[in-house]
Design a protein around this ligand. Structure first.
Ligand code: ATP
Ligand code: HSE
Length: 326
């Protein structure tokens, strides 16, 4: 359960007085997520999600991703919208944290994503990338290649307590990624965390995307690589090429990938695996006292990284590169 910061009922009721969304009837901490403190609110006007932004979200970044949610919705991408308070602000402060309220999105995230879900997320991701093209704000990605070594330094001394040899493994891989990370691929607005728990479905139909605090401007194909890692491995750690094909083909239909983007996917997937390995490792080694959170497993991403290290081209996944006859 991700609740790092508790909110007293009186403080919440007072906070809600600055909004026009009805009176507080009930609220409870949400038993999912690892980054921020989330609460489900019921007011006399309906259901909402209250988020208190925690360590990895800088207050100065809130206007970027809260505005992005409005921008995307105007262009047909289904995602929750921030409520404005009576001063017209989309966020303010509660319990010492930046806080925002968004509307409740109907749907469930898929606990066991199937091929249809993978196809849905591929299409939605491409459409999000297209809809972001004219988003005027810019936010560099603090968790891209230049951000990984500082993260590693937070965990290096204790990494081997999680798995023998992990520290050396990460150090060597970072050398490779830093030397080879591409700087000439198409960039734009990316979600940067589009895991299954951030994509809602009603049945097999995608109902919306949530959780935009990591959104930023970065390599578009890197977002695809994040999804390949997050959606296309089975619980036994095997890579499911049918799911990867479905995800990639649905993406390509909405936004064709260039030959250079496709050629870079395995390397981008190594980088994506490194990013989530590192944040998970740092979080695993530093659970705040009293926080109600279930840290995610860093070793899942060590396995994914080892897999991606052995992929040189997307044909090695069993996927035909775009433009080649099947
Ligand atoms: N708009 C929404 N409508 C319905 N449920 C939501 C909404 N936003 C969040 N939730 C619920 O809260 C959970 C946690 O939200 P979210 O993923 O944004 O938290 P987080 O701590 O930022 O997570 P993550 O670990 O994925 O970064 C979701 O899995 C979902 O159950
Ligand atoms: N989606 C991330 C958590 C939020 O950054 C993970 O699974 O590690």
């Amino acid at each position: 359960m991700a609740v790092y910061t508790d909110v007293a009922a009186e403080d919440l009721a007072e906070f809600l007085e600055s909004y026009d969304i009805g009176e507080l009837l009930s609220y409870k901490g949400i038993a999912e997520g690892v980054e921020n403190s989330n609460f489900l609110l019921h007011t006399s006007q309906g259901a909402y999600i209250l988020t208190l932004y925690e360590k990895r979200v800088a207050e100065g970044d809130l206007p970027y991703f809260l505005s992005l949610m409005g921008h995307l919705a105007e262009r047909g991408v289904s995602c929750p919208q921030p409520a404005r308070n009576r001063k017209g602000e989309v966020f303010s402060r509660l319990a010492g944290r930046p806080a925002a309220i968004i509307n409740f999105l109907e749907g469930m995230w898929p606990r066991r994503p199937n091929v249809t879900h993978c196809s849905g997320v591929g299409e939605a991701l491409a459409k999000m990338h297209l809809a972001g093209q004219d988003f005027p704000m810019v936010r560099q990605n603090p968790l891209s290649v230049s951000g990984w070594r500082p993260l590693f330094e937070l965990a290096a001394a204790r990494a081997d307590s999680v798995q023998a040899g992990l520290s050396d493994f990460i150090a060597r891989e970072l050398d490779h990624l830093e030397a080879n990370w591409p700087d000439d691929l198409p960039v734009g607005v990316i979600h940067a965390d589009l895991f299954p728990d951030n994509v809602f479905f009603l049945g097999d139909k995608l109902s919306g995307l949530i959780d935009f605090p990591f959104a930023c401007n970065d390599i578009l194909a890197y977002d695809v690589a994040i999804c390949l890692n997050a959606w296309c491995f089975e619980v036994d750690h095997s890579f499911n090429v049918t799911k990867a094909r479905a995800l990639l083909n649905a993406y390509r239909r909405a936004r064709p990938l260039s030959a250079a983007e496709e050629a870079a996917l395995p390397l981008l997937a190594r980088g994506a695996a490194m990013r989530f390995l590192l944040t998970r490792l740092v979080d695993f080694l530093n659970v705040p006292e009293g926080a109600l959170v279930q840290p995610k497993d860093p070793l899942e991403y060590v396995r994914k990284l080892r897999f991606q290290q052995n992929v040189a081209a997307i044909s090695d996944y069993g996927i035909t590169p775009a433009g080649c006859a099947a």
